[in-house]
Ligand binder design. Structure first.
Ligand SMILES: [Mg+2]
Length: 246
């Protein structure tokens, strides 16, 4: 497949793997050291309750937008909702658990193994690269630095800094305008079927879904990706893959 002039990349769960295993298991690992403080509630039940509260909270797009722009507070509130539902209404405990979750998440976060190689190979081929990520600057900038992503992109667009996030059309259009590239000559790569597939496809951008869990397209997907990859290096033309795996 011929490469386009411009490729936009999502960051979380596209270039960076945020969780080891499923999110629910991260809550279990977070809660394990707090077992004594959970009284009669098991770690598994408390994790399930927080996970359910998180699912509920993030399912609404308006709440999602407001929540991700104040993530520490939102996560503490979700933790409190979950623990309260499990019968533990303890604000101080909720705050401590929430903080421990963030710490664990930071520790477990890793770059997908072929991320740098893929980005560098694309740049060598003259493809313009843009990073488009939702959320707060103070959450996203440290990851960009930690995983040596800054110099690999011609343009980095963080929702809070730009003022508009995915799936708003202007978030993608701004990048096309910045490089004066037509939608038809651009791809977007990401794991979110709404933000990196359905919305950009409406603008004519070729959507590549990073199915990093190899779970396959869910039956309720809001759109069908133009392409599905399970590893980032699949984006590269076959000759490159053959060369790098030889
Ligand atoms: Mg993502």
């Amino acid at each position: 497949m011929t490469l386009p002039r411009l490729i936009m990349f999502d960051m979380d769960d596209t270039l960076i793997s945020s969780y080891r295993g499923e999110p629910k298991t991260v809550w279990e690992r977070t809660l394990a050291p707090f077992e004594a403080e959970l009284a009669n509630v098991t770690v598994a039940a408390a994790a399930e309750a927080i996970f359910a509260a998180a699912q509920r909270f993030w399912s609404d797009s308006t709440r999602h937008r407001e929540g991700r722009l104040d993530l520490a507070r939102t996560r503490s509130e979700i933790t409190h909702q979950g623990l309260s539902a499990a019968g533990i209404a303890d604000r101080a405990l909720s705050a401590a658990v929430s903080e421990a979750f963030q710490t664990l998440r930071d520790q477990e976060m890793t770059l997908f193994p072929d991320a740098h190689e893929t980005l560098d190979s694309l740049r060598e081929r003259g493809v313009l690269l843009a990073l488009i990520t939702n959320g707060q600057s103070k959450m996203q900038r440290p990851k960009i630095e930690r995983f040596a992503l800054e110099h690999r992109f011609e343009h980095i667009q963080i929702e809070e800094e730009f003022g508009i996030g995915k799936p708003e059309p202007q978030s993608y259009l701004n990048i096309l305008e910045t490089f004066d590239v037509a939608a038809a000559d651009s791809w977007i790569v990401g794991d979110n079927l709404e933000w990196e597939v359905a919305a950009p496809q409406k603008l004519g951008i070729h959507a590549v879904w990073h199915d990093h869990k190899a779970s396959g397209l869910p039956p309720d997907a809001p759109a069908v990706p133009d392409r599905i990859i399970r590893g980032l290096a699949e984006i590269l033309p076959e000759t490159t893959i053959a060369k790098t795996t030889a």
